[in-house]
Design a protein around this ligand. Structure first.
Ligand SMILES: [Fe+2]
Ligand SMILES: [Fe+2]
Length: 180
């Protein structure tokens, strides 16, 4: 089908997962090499943190605001879309924590920050260190992979039975409006 919204979401998953794979590699390096790897690893983490707030959030809106309401109009709001909506909230909450941890790490790395010892003690008291960055990144990677799998294997295969080709074409147009 031309302009298939489900194919569009599947293709976005592929693009998003490629960026999460870069995060996975960076985190493995941080785990192996410790804080010495931070200068190389932080820019990759920053990029993924920004991606989650922009590109991944647009993807979420295409589901929460376009696809799910159309599905819920047919089968009601209590089923699989409710679970997906909850998982979106979890993933984006972790994304926020990830960006906060990065921000704290960035301040420590920043050469103009003085009294670094005090700042470091504050960070370790609040979990804003490389270890918590690794933990949050691993939580994100786990949640995102499981979430995309559920959509692709449970929700998306239901769609052709629920929505007409004409309805799908109009959903696709609504999704493209979010891309712009
Ligand atoms: Fe989703
Ligand atoms: Fe998705």
């Amino acid at each position: 089908m031309m302009g298939d919204p489900i194919q569009h979401l599947r293709e976005e998953h592929v693009v998003l997962l490629a960026q999460f794979a870069a995060l996975e590699t960076a985190v493995a390096r941080l785990q192996a090499e410790g804080s010495a790897a931070l200068p190389q690893v932080l820019p990759i983490c920053q990029a993924v943190g920004q991606m989650m707030a922009s590109q991944l959030d647009r993807h979420r809106r295409k589901e929460d605001d376009v696809l799910f309401p159309a599905v819920e109009a047919v089968i009601g709001a209590g089923g699989v879309t409710a679970v997906m909506r909850d998982e979106h909230k979890d993933i984006h909450a972790y994304g926020k924590t990830f960006r906060q941890t990065l921000h704290e790490l960035h301040e420590v790395e920043h050469p103009r920050i003085e009294a670094g010892g005090e700042r470091l003690r504050h960070l370790s008291a609040h979990g804003g260190d490389a270890a918590s960055l690794i933990a949050t990144a691993n939580d994100i990677l786990y949640l995102v992979k499981i979430h995309f799998e559920k959509e692709e294997q449970v929700l998306f295969p239901m769609i052709p039975q629920l929505l007409s080709g004409q309805r799908l074409a109009s959903l696709y147009a609504d999704m493209l409006a979010i891309s712009r």
